[in-house]
Design a protein around this ligand. Structure first.
Ligand code: ZN
Ligand code: ZN
Length: 114
């Protein structure tokens, strides 16, 4: 396993922070993570939509106290991935560490991935 998160932190209401074992820090917008859900259903939905984006439900039950897309639970899957349970009730996406690391949008990673 090349990349492994050391810590996963709820950075803000909209952002998740992952601190990697190599000391690298990544920030992810929940919106982006949800859009990038790697499960088969979302892949198909993205393919079928005109703008390549997921048609995410805008109405979210009030008891969740958030209109924003947010994980209600981040469940570790073995030693290689996290399963995100989103507040739009979607929970089939398995985000591997490798996949998460590749999503990092910081300048350093952006310039490495050419
Ligand atoms: Zn999905
Ligand atoms: Zn990065």
């Amino acid at each position: 396993m090349k990349y492994k998160p050391k810590e996963i932190i709820e950075f803000s209401d909209t952002t998740l922070m992952v601190i990697w074992e190599d000391g690298h820090e990544s920030l992810y917008l929940y919106d982006d993570l949800r859009q990038d859900c790697p499960c088969a259903t979302c892949r198909q939905l993205r393919k079928n939509s005109e703008d390549g984006k997921l048609p995410i439900k805008k109405t979210i039950p009030l008891k969740l106290k958030s209109e924003k897309i947010k994980p209600i639970e981040i469940e570790p899957i073995g030693l290689y991935a996290y399963k995100f349970h989103w507040n739009d009730k979607h929970d089939t996406g398995i985000y591997t560490f490798e996949f998460l690391r590749n999503l990092c949008a910081c300048d350093e990673c952006a310039s490495n991935s050419e």
